[in-house]
Design a protein around this ligand. Sequence first.
Ligand code: NDP
Length: 783
Amino acid sequence: MDYGPAPESQKEAQAWLDGHQRKFGLFIDNAWSEPAELFASTNPADGTQLAELTQATDADVERAVEAARRTLPVWQGMGGHGRAKVMYALARLLQKHSRLFAVLETLDNGKTIRETRDIDLPLAARHFYHHAGWAQLQSEEFADYRAVGVVGQIVPWNFPLLMLSWKIAPALAAGNTVVFKPAEFTSLTAMLFAELCVQAGVPAGVVNIVTGDGRVGSAIVNHPGVDKIAFTGSTEVGRLIREATAGSGKKLSLELGGKSPFIVFEDADLDGAVEGLVDSIWFNQGQVCCAGSRLLVQESVQERFLNKVRARMENLRLGSPLDKSMDVGALVDPVQRQRIAALVDSARAEGCDVWQPACELPADGSWFPPTLITGASTSAAVAQAEIFGPVLVAMSFRTPPEAVQLANNTVYGLAASVWTESISLALDIAPAIKAGVVWINSANQFDAACGFGGYRESGFGREGGREGMLEYMTALAEDARPALPVVEAKAKANVKPAAADPFAIDRTAKMYIGGKQARPDSAYSAPVFGANGALLAEVGVGSRKDIRNAVEAAHKASGWTSATAHNRAQVLYYIAENLAARADEFAARIAAMTGSKNPEKEVQASIERLFYYAAWADKYDGLAHQPPTKGITVALNEAVGVIGIVCPNEAPLLGFISLVAPAIALGNRVVVVPSEAHPLSALDLYQVFDTSDLPGGVVNIISGNADELARTLATHADIDAVWRHDGSADGCAEVERLSAGTLKRTWVGGAKGRDWYSAAQSGGRAVLAHASQVKNVWIPYGV
Ligand code: NDP
């Protein structure tokens, strides 16, 4: 029996395009500009031109940002309920026009109508409903936050309307206004959405849509009037954006590429896993950032499973995306086809086995057959690069630890799919995989309530859920920060430096690496003078090599991350207790270094801060979401990994503790550069750590030049995040720029100060969020 054709009508979509004379201007301030310099949008399934769109200029972006800025008070003045009503109207209108949107998306993108109709549109509407709810609850649930301001948003072509929804819905809910750029290949549904904005009563200037190529994206990114950039796209462009925004103070979230593993254990329901694989790598022709593009299958079932996969591939139907019974549609553009073909050719050249089912490709348009590659080495281009096409690379493993090792053998960390009938095995594997999303016995599940986003070079920030809302808000405590670092009044005026002390050499404070005192590799030391100008001691001048040793020690201390939160809390309490026992000694040291009039206050605040984060260690729990699909999604706050920290000069003990304690409370290991001016009380802490059961390597302290050491931290490939809070604007900008290499998370203070005594500015969930990353584990439940 064969399938008959089941075409979806494109009449309404074509009529809508005709209604616009197939030419679109830009949507700014709820008005359409005259179509200007045009570029074509084509149907990738047959190469026909659908419409022409306007290439926005820098002046257009300027106008859009200006409109967005002007209307901010209007939008925020409507209050949460006012915004919720408008967003609810948008959700309803999306549902009402869902078929038109679905057909238009299919025409523009080449993806099948089955997917646009059943996945993209329902998820887009759900996003607006869910976020209408956040707008309504904002004043209650996010009372300590405000909207960021004007948000620039740039999306790719693979899920044009869905990515628009993921970006615009949370931004609007939080009270921001947006300048949005769709991808050049696929801007049409954004044009239709603009019309809905007017119908839904979105005030002029709240949503502005500018079309065009990467230059438009770049103009948005570099515009000084934009307060936040939210980007989804390639890791290469993500890096450029990280560099371009460094030092600008713009908030940034990046949702980038992936090379996600699809892991099949021998006890899995193999037929179920095959269907999951179809949804994982052939969904949207594999043009999905979280596509399960690396199949890892246990050796004992490899042959059986691959035979099933090939049999299923033979049955995949490829053809007109508007035919309701097609599984595989067209690729977005011939450029993508060539890119995919080149990568597959590279696999052939490397001797891999490339298998494709007998499959007739339509004569016109942009197509690529479902492809299975076996025999690739783990370092092959096809095993490492994001192919972004319907190409699966299969490998085998023998044991669960080997599966984890292979799964993590990538620079990315977006998603993973784990298939086994053993719940204990699945729940052993999920935390070991470095990825922002793990689907157990499922794949490519999304929901507005569940955060989505990556680890490592898959970017940072989350879309969806509470954590996604936070990406569009700023803590009020940040606004309360002093304009400059506050230096406490000194007890005594500076006096002339004392004459060189012949015994000073004996007072060189050591650095602390792997739980041991360490001399600097450079063998150099630098003097530390007290508030009265006297030489207090010498400290080692740390170098690249010392940082390397410290990072190595931090990695070896991975047991700290897997230790229980209860255990970590106890160690933090113990550190506090031992610090209290030496309070006088530390107060004297602070007084000698800084001339502080009230050093006891800083020691007491440090002890309290240790208690504070010990308290949080076992309370910063995740959430259990109940998305509309049958199951639970557990959002876990995991440690980021190894964090490099550059401490402030003011409050040298409290500043150190306020940064190190939250990091280690949540299971991170740290390499810390203490205050360059007043390093001694931090270096004295090793005596406290050594008596407090803190495992060696959890906290490593390297003294020296803050700029130089920060540079090394930001470029080190095995450091996951860098925090810099010493008031150096240039230094913070440099950390952000250099972090682009491996897309580290950064938390920098810029030139502003911070009241280290303030619980709001130096504590709270906002700080804990920097010390953690959310992993969403999807678990079928009650099915
Ligand atoms: P890009 O990252 O180039 O494009 C994403 C968005 O950024 C588009 O709107 C694009 O505009 C815009 N853009 C391009 N250059 C800049 C810039 N310098 N500054 C600001 N914005 C910019 O992805 P591509 O579309 O070129 O796809 C290339 C490859 O990237 C794919 O083959 C795939 O491997 C990967 N990719 C990954 C995605 C993911 O979700 N992980 C999504 C899309 C692509 P325009 O469309 O006009 O070029």
